[in-house]
Design a protein around this ligand. Structure first.
Ligand code: NIG
Ligand code: FE
Length: 395
């Protein structure tokens, strides 16, 4: 493969060795063998290879979406309309909607259908600049069905497509298991988590610990088992109520605590102490009309902040990280710099993958934008500013 040289670019490296976003205003980079082979000032750029003149426009790392539920069938547009008219999410869920409404269409869909639907969503994400995407299971809720979803997630990867990071999600106690929920939780620990680890179908386990979902004790049981099986752990916590899960995630050394609209000062301190990433999901928060997380407190405690789509059929049906940049800056009070680090370097940290920064030796995951300032993307929101995307050096 010929080396690719991108010249005359405003390069956002997100290199932690440089301040802020690590901008190189008159920059260049070389991709060889699928990796960043050289990066620096344009004046010093090597000239060999196929050269692209960026004409002063922005070049960034490929975006990392660290929290999605991209595998599901069916849709819940009816619920969106009900919420728009004022009915709360939890009320719709209690009446049989919500996560439960996605179970039947997902369970009934053939493997090929699920793979195809997931690929369509990944293609949309890539068109919006995403080059690494985490995908959670969670819309079957039987052990065999959750393993089937994880196998379909593995099959959804395409050549030169975004890298997929698979997560097993304990999403909810299904209605028919409410009577023996202890047995259900035990089977998640003893069978599902162990099978996902043995078959290498997931690299982490996530539990939805909230009102109407798993209790703190159940979350502890599942995540402790996951850790013992060598899997990373994370949690959907405090979207509606703070059950003390942030403290638990800190104690377990989790990769991330996601949502955190409701979180105590002790919870924030626990995340900071353990270096757990807090994942902001403004698409779901704004759409469900929830109070925003305490971004200021998290920032001052030194908790790394990531930003993700939460792509799912209920609370946030969006593949676009640029739209989340807009929500993070306008609704969460994050700075432009914080929001960009949230969809690059900090998101990669939440996944434990090498991505989200342009440094020598990193994967050649690069986005060339049509604009030239990092603020342009959230500022001119809703327009797609992506010009070209390379994944491991492939256009
Ligand atoms: O992250 N909070 C739990 N799960 C999803 C919503 C899933 C759904 O409504 O289908 C979330 O927002
Ligand atoms: Fe989620």
């Amino acid at each position: 493969m010929t080396d690719l040289v991108i010249r005359n670019a405003r390069v956002m490296t997100c290199d932690p060795a440089r301040p802020g976003l690590g901008m190189i205003d008159h920059g260049a980079l070389v991709i060889a063998g699928g990796k960043i082979a050289w990066i620096g000032d344009d004046a010093e750029a090597p000239s060999a290879g196929y050269t692209i003149d960026a004409r002063g426009r922005l070049v960034t790392p490929g975006l990392v979406d660290c929290h999605t539920h991209a595998i599901f069938a069916g849709d819940r547009a009816n619920e969106f309309a009900m919420r728009a008219a004022g009915t709360p999410y939890l009320e719709i869920a209690a009446a049989g909607g919500g996560i439960h409404a996605t179970l039947e269409p997902t369970r009934g869909a053939a493997d090929d259908t699920l793979v195809e639907l997931t690929r369509e969503r990944i293609a949309c994400a890539r068109a919006n600049g995403t080059t690494v995407i985490e995908i959670k299971s969670g819309y079957d809720l039987t052990n065999a069905g959750e393993l089937r979803l994880l196998r379909c997630i593995a099959r959804a990867a395409v050549v030169a497509g975004p890298r997929i990071v698979p997560t097993l999600l304990a999403h909810l106690i299904p209605a028919d298991r409410a009577v023996d929920r202890d047995v259900y939780v035990r089977s998640i620990c003893d069978q599902l988590v162990r099978a996902a680890a043995t078959e290498r179908l997931a690299t982490s386990v996530d539990v939805y610990c909230d009102e109407g979902a798993f209790t703190l004790a159940e979350t502890r049981a599942i995540l402790t088992t996951a850790k013992a099986c060598g899997l990373a752990v994370r949690g959907h916590v405090g979207q509606f109520r703070d059950l003390g899960a942030a403290e638990l995630l800190g104690e377990l050394g989790a990769r991330s605590a996601d949502h955190v609209e409701q979180i105590s000062d002790d919870g924030i301190a626990a995340l900071a102490r353990a270096g757990v990433v807090a994942v902001m999901l403004p698409g779901a928060c704004v759409q469900l009309r929830l109070p925003v997380p305490p971004v200021d407190k998290l920032r001052h405690a030194g908790v790394p902040l990531a930003v993700a789509t939460d792509l799912n059929p209920g609370s946030s049906y969006s593949e676009s990280l640029p739209l989340q940049l807009w929500l993070a800056t306008t609704h969460y009070g994050m700075t432009v710099e914080e929001a960009w680090l949230g969809v690059t370097r900090h998101a990669a940290r939440a996944l434990g993958v090498e991505a989200g920064r342009l440094v020598t030796g990193a994967a050649g995951d690069v986005v060339l934008w049509k604009c030239n300032d990092p603020a342009d993307v959230p500022y001119h929101y809703g327009a797609n500013h992506v010009d070209r995307v390379w994944i491991a050096g492939v256009l």
